[in-house]
Design a protein around this ligand. Structure first.
Ligand SMILES: *[C@@H]1O[C@H](CO)[C@@H](O)[C@H](O)[C@H]1NC(C)=O
Ligand SMILES: *[C@@H]1O[C@H](CO)[C@@H](O)[C@H](O)[C@H]1NC(C)=O
Length: 439
């Protein structure tokens, strides 16, 4: 293990970013007002006023974008308007895995890589520290990752039991770290090693560039089948939150609890695409709703599939910003044809070395399994093939401008996916926002 690789592993946020004074909290507790409680109150009120002002302007702009009757044609014409391209957004990816997932994480990273984005890789506590070091070392060996400097590895991992609430803690920790690592990203995405993209990053960035920057892509519903309903009422304890050694499985309290009536519960896919604004609201915000809901979900099974869904739909500021799809392929069909025709940006549920991944690489992403996904950012590819074909290698010898996208057929597929979704939900992005699906 080189010290450099160790340093990379340690480059992960050691003091949790939440403990750092944020601009907001330093404002509230500024030196001048600390001694005078009335000043604290006035500054708090003015902050709340400023917040409500900025939120109302946000919801105003989003409602302008969302309530157009002809959103369909508007989006279509926007998306095919190629001569005045808006600048591409930047995405922040949290990629999570467990013990033995080293190669799957590297493969997924090579398929979603783009220099405009930022990446945080997390191997949970089931993996040992040498696995995390090996991952950091493998990232270091790939020139383009090091040259751009946008791939980070979490050195101090958390437990990631997807049955419990510790995996939600991992997502929130990752999002907080990404807020601190870069000020420039627009959307946060969380993927685990069973996810894989079905379009290139140039395709995805190209399409997202045309969409309002305040959309949160969260697949959600408030319909729970009777079994899920009973599960919701159980009080679950996740030892992964407080035992630092490899903990036991989650366990349950003997009593049941009523469902909350202060907020409505929503559930959906644990994979979400969230705006920076919404992440800041959940992690740094002065509104207490995200924290109350977080505390409620500490004792709920698989809370990472419910937390953001419930917060967004119960927040006046954000409920108009949600799009009821996470751009993932929703059907369980694992036929390659169905996947590619769907136009979705991602699909979940792949097993390790699934042969269909090779096909996705070749046909949909235009890359060899061992190569980094191509894009407009690479001006010149290496012609000499690397000797070892099993590990990811660097194909780009001359880096270009990361803002130059070369979208391919995947952009058209994704555009159709979004348009079809809008037309299926009544021609409006708003139609399926936080509505009750309870039967
Ligand atoms: C860490 O885990 C890997 C994979 O399970 C194993 O091969 C290795 O021996 C472990 N190393 C230590 C130091 O426990
Ligand atoms: C796959 O797509 C075809 C249409 O292209 C459809 O008829 C078929 O039912 C789909 N298969 C599954 C399993 O969804």
């Amino acid at each position: 293990m080189t010290t450099a690789a160790m340093a990379l592993a340690d480059a992960a946020p050691k003091p949790p970013p939440l403990q750092e004074p944020t601009p907001l909290s330093s404002l509230v507790f500024s030196k001048e007002s600390r001694n005078l409680s009335c000043l604290v109150v006035t500054s708090l009120v003015s902050i709340l006023f400023a917040l409500s002002f900025s939120f109302s302007s946000l919801s105003l702009s989003s409602s302008v974008a969302f309530t157009k009757n002809n959103i369909n044609t508007r989006l279509a014409s926007l998306l095919s308007l190629h001569n005045s391209l808006p600048p591409p957004p930047s995405l922040a990816y949290l990629v999570t895995g467990s013990t033995g997932d080293h190669n799957r994480i590297l493969r997924l990273l090579s398929a979603v890589y783009h220099p405009k984005n930022i990446y945080l890789l997390h191997l949970d506590l089931e993996a040992n520290q040498s696995e995390r070091e090996a991952l950091a070392y493998a990232v270091q060996k790939i020139n383009v990752y090091m040259e751009i400097g946008n791939v980070h590895v979490v050195g101090h991992a958390g437990n990631g039991d997807t049955k419990g609430s510790s995996s939600l803690a991992v997502v929130l920790h990752g999002a907080a770290a990404l807020l601190k690592l870069s000020k420039h990203w627009n959307w946060f995405l969380n993927l685990d090693v069973s996810d894989y993209p079905l379009v290139t990053q140039d395709d995805l960035l190209h399409i997202l560039a045309f969409l309002p920057r305040e959309i949160n892509f969260i697949q959600h519903t408030d319909h729970f089948d009777p079994r899920e309903f009973r599960r919701l009422k159980r009080v679950m304890i996740d030892p992964g939150l407080y035992l630092s050694t490899q903990p036991d499985q989650v366990f349950y309290g003997t009593q049941q609890r009523e469902l909350p009536d202060a907020f409505r519960i929503f559930t959906g896919s644990g994979s979400v695409i969230l705006t920076r604004n919404f992440i800041e609201y959940c992690i740094l915000g002065t509104d207490n709703l995200p924290r109350s809901i977080l505390m409620y979900y500490t004792n709920t099974l698989s809370s990472h599939t419910k937390y953001f869904h419930t917060v967004v739909c119960n927040s006046l500021e954000f409920k108009n910003t949600v799009f009821n799809s996470n751009l993932h392929f929703a059907s369980s069909a694992d036929l390659f044809k169905n996947m590619s025709r769907s136009g979705a940006a991602f699909r979940s549920g792949f097993v390790e070395n699934d042969p269909i991944l090779d096909r996705i690489d070749l046909v949909l992403l235009g890359k060899l399994p061992s190569k980094i996904i191509p894009g407009g950012w690479c001006l010149e590819k290496k012609t000499k093939m690397s000797s070892s074909s099993s590990s990811i290698s660097n194909e780009c010898s001359v880096l270009g401008d990361a803002n130059i996208l070369r979208p391919g057929p995947g952009a058209k597929r994704l555009e159709n996916f979004i348009l079809k979704f809008i037309s299926d939900s009544g021609g409006s992005l708003r139609a399926r926002q936080c509505i009750s699906d309870r039967k």
